[in-house]
Design a protein around this ligand. Structure first.
Ligand SMILES: [Fe+2]
Ligand SMILES: [Fe+2]
Length: 375
């Protein structure tokens, strides 16, 4: 197998952010909040920043307007004169409700945050800017890849609202959002989806899109019908939606979770099932994928500790694909594992995963890596 064929960069590793902030303490706060996730460079003023910015423009410039100081406006003027900064996004920080700096950012449609603001507001703004750029790049893709990404991200972004509203959601709507994804598996263009979410900043969406794609392709390789592929795609996309209720510090914790944190993490399964209870006419297969993807053949999984014959084909496929996805996802706290290594690790998980289906999954990935279609 060529190890990197399915090796997708799934978060913003390498995204370069430069911040120009006068206060030493504010710079330290920003470093503490962003250093783990982005390649961050900090400067106390625009004059010091400009040389470095010109040498290599970052993806995002965070620019603070210091009180009674035209430094930020001067830097904006210098940036405007230099075409090298054409694709650089700017996020402004200010304490002043009305200023030339604020007006200038408004004119260019750039976000402006007013001090004091919680750090999560800045990180959310960065995510929004990152995702806007990534999602804009999808416009250049042909159908159905473009539609597959657009419709799944729209569905994902709307899930919190659906949960908050608590009103029934027709399954047909969810299924319809996943139909283009099934088409990309059928016509062999699904790798564009895996590449298309590279750099997207919503980890749960990226993971779910990858699981939906791999699960659907697994079913396609096994010769399953369109109806079944639709269940695999929709079940894969929705299997972790309960994670929207898990706090970010637990979801992204680099080290081992404490017992109480682990309990919160595991609660994403019942939360997902509560969401699916709002969906009218949801197929049993979608419930199985969502409810049983963390169950293990030897009964050591969760939430029910099902074992052996209690786990059907779908549960076994979902468990295999979810482990593969988790190992090969890039996270804030770990590099992605190469697919070949991930398959070796999974092979050693004796007792957890169905060995027969794992061998089929491995064969499927080998065929994808060789660029040949099966099924
Ligand atoms: Fe999960
Ligand atoms: Fe998952």
């Amino acid at each position: 197998m060529r190890p990197n064929v399915l090796h997708t960069e799934t978060t913003h590793e390498g995204l370069r952010i430069c911040a120009v902030i006068a206060g030493k303490r504010e710079r330290a706060d920003l470093r503490a909040a962003l250093d783990l996730c982005y390649r961050l460079t900090l400067f106390p003023n625009g004059a010091e920043a400009l040389h470095s910015l010109r040498a290599k423009p970052p993806d995002i410039l965070i620019l603070e307007e210091a009180p009674d100081n035209g430094d930020a406006v001067r830097l904006l003027r210098a940036i405007d004169k230099d075409p090298a900064f054409g694709s650089m996004a700017i996020i402004g920080l200010t304490s002043s409700p009305v200023s030339d700096f604020g007006l200038s950012l408004q004119d260019r449609g750039a976000p402006l945050l007013f001090r004091p603001f919680p750090m999560r507001q800045l990180t959310a703004t960065i995510s929004h800017v990152v995702n806007r750029a990534v999602e804009a790049s999808w416009d250049a893709m042909p159908e159905p890849q473009r539609l597959a990404l657009r419709k799944t991200v729209e569905l994902f972004n709307g899930i919190s609202d659906m949960i908050d509203a608590g009103t029934p959601v027709p399954y047909a709507d969810l299924k319809e959002s996943c139909t283009p994804l099934v088409s990309t598996v059928r016509n062999g263009t699904f790798k564009d989806l895996l590449n298309g979410v590279r750099g997207h900043d919503n980890y749960t969406y990226v993971h779910s899109l990858r699981i939906a794609t791999f699960l659907c392709h697994f079913g396609h390789a096994l010769g399953l019908s369109d109806g079944d592929l639709s269940i695999l795609a929709t079940g894969g996309l929705l299997h972790d939606v309960g994670k929207v209720t898990v706090p970010h510090d637990i979801l992204n914790k680099p080290g081992k979770l404490e017992a109480d944190e682990w309990a919160v993490m595991k609660s994403h399964v019942p939360r997902t099932m509560e969401f699916l209870a709002l969906v009218s006419d949801v197929p049993g297969g979608v419930r199985t994928i969502a409810g049983q993807h963390h169950e293990k053949l030897d009964g050591t999984g969760y939430p029910r500790g099902l074992k052996g014959g209690q786990l059907n084909d779908l549960a076994r496929m979902a468990a295999i694909v979810d482990v593969f996805g988790a190992l090969t996802d890039r996270r804030i706290y770990k590099e992605p594992m190469a697919p070949e290594k991930a398959l070796d690790v999974m092979h050693s998980m004796a007792g957890h995963l169905d060995p027969f289906r794992l061998a089929l999954f491995r064969d499927m990935l080998l065929d994808v890596a060789r660029g040949t279609e099966v099924g």
